[in-house]
Design a protein around this ligand. Structure first.
Ligand SMILES: *[C@@H]1O[C@H](CO)[C@@H](O)[C@H](O)[C@H]1NC(C)=O
Ligand SMILES: *[C@@H]1O[C@H](CO)[C@@H](O)[C@H](O)[C@H]1NC(C)=O
Length: 392
């Protein structure tokens, strides 16, 4: 910051009589005001603030990225915009094939139902239920209800009649702070994540910058109304999906660019193993399309800025100060969606340099529907017209 623009320091600096002696001594004084004061102030703030970023595990710092065999790197100009102006940052996209309706949760608390016709411009948005919070993950329950992960409220049951009921908002005596994503198994058990027990959604960047695992994978059993912690110490536990064979729940950890799977059945119940590492970006929601592929929203591709920040805790501390007091420089770009097969192999990557903070992707028919936490619409890409091409 330029201290010379500070009215107090400039009045201090104003010499009463511009004598030669004063002019001689003005250089050290200017040095004091413009260099020393800010440096000392910044150092003091740095020392005083309790924010204490941690080193990340070495294996996530390699900067390695898996090779995705096909890509489309300019999806923005090829996409249509659904529900322009009627959807405020639609984060997750859930499709009810029976009614042909898309459900999505928005920043103003609304869960909207979106009917999309042949042309995106003809889509109809119905503001259905307001949770009074900020609905993120959405999944269909077995009694025509919607199960909603709301970071401000917890895990919610939104009944077919539009009544909002809290299912759970804490586990092992620890409240959820960012209930994030959810899926429902065939047997009715609900699997979901609390991305961070420490920071609320509006401060999710703080969680990334601190670099400590505050996330948990949880389950809720509606029959017994019990909430269980399945895996703790996760790095911003985000997207959740149950595998079609019902043997695993896959969960994504955003800053460390990986998704892992947790055995929910059989002899190995409770074991966590690799699903996919070194994603080309930071994963958010993961959805299964019923047709052999998972779709993972990537708010940002891997960027040099984030690579450096993750490597050096003191850079993250500086970034936190910027975030707090002057605004953080943009570090996200090439947001998009990656398709992964059942075995965890990458298939195709759809993204655009102009996209950031994309959070979900869902293939419905020939179209990819893309949600985000910033845009006032759902993006829709015709995958037949604009397929990913073999990367050369
Ligand atoms: C879109 O399709 C739905 C369902 O078929 C219909 O109810 C609605 O009127 C259509 N909207 C427009 C704008 O054509
Ligand atoms: C949600 O509420 C409805 C209506 O009371 C009920 O039928 C359903 O079982 C509830 N779902 C869960 C998961 O508790």
């Amino acid at each position: 910051m330029d201290e010379s623009k500070n009215p107090d320091s400039s009045s201090l600096a104003r010499p009463s009589k511009p004598t030669i002696t004063k002019q001689k001594s003005s250089w050290p004084f200017a040095f004091f005001v413009t260099v020393l004061v800010p440096v000392v102030a910044a150092t003091l703030l740095y020392q005083l603030d309790s924010f204490d970023p941690a080193p990340l595990p070495p294996d996530v710092l390699t900067g390695h990225v898996i090779t995705v065999p096909a890509r489309n790197d300019h999806i923005l100009r090829e996409s249509e915009f659904v529900g322009v102006g009627n959807l405020k940052a639609p984060e997750d996209v859930a499709y009810d094939a029976k009614s042909g309706v898309i459900y999505t949760g928005c920043a103003d608390g609304w869960i909207s139902r979106v009917t999309v016709n042949d042309s995106a411009a003809d889509s109809v948005v119905e503001k259905w239920v307001n949770t009074g919070g900020r609905p993120l993950g959405i999944a269909f329950g077995h009694n025509n209800e919607l199960i909603v992960a709301d970071p401000e409220k917890g895990l919610l049951n939104v009944t077919a009649d539009g009544v909002v009921e809290l299912l759970t908002n804490e586990a092992d005596g620890q409240k959820f702070k960012t209930t994030d994503a959810v899926d429902v198994a065939h047997n009715g058990i609900i699997y979901f994540t609390d991305a961070s027990y420490k920071y609320s959604l509006s401060k999710f960047i703080w969680d990334f910058l601190e670099g400590k695992p505050h996330g948990r994978l949880l389950s809720y059993d509606p029959a017994t109304r019990t909430t269980k912690v399945l895996v703790r110490d996760l790095y911003f536990a985000n997207g959740v999906v149950i595998t079609p064979d019902q043997n695993y729940v896959i969960f994504c950890e955003t800053p460390v660019r990986r998704c892992r799977k947790y055995h929910i059945q059989g002899k190995e119940k409770g074991r966590v193993e690799k699903f996919i590492d070194y994603l080309p970006g930071m994963p958010d929601n993961i959805r299964y399309d019923g047709d052999g592929q998972y779709w993972i929203g990537l708010p940002t591709a891997r960027t040099l800025q984030w690579d450096i920040a993750f490597r050096y805790p003191f850079i993250r501390k500086i970034l936190l100060f910027m975030e707090k007091y002057i605004g953080r420089p943009p570090m996200e770009k090439n947001g998009g969606v990656v398709a992964i097969d059942l075995a965890g192999n990458p298939i195709a990557h759809y993204y655009d340099p102009g996209l950031a903070l994309v959070t979900s992707g869902m293939k419905i028919g020939n179209h990819l529907y893309i949600g985000s936490i910033i845009y006032p619409y759902i993006l829709r890409l015709n995958l037949e017209e604009y397929p990913a091409q073999a990367a050369t």
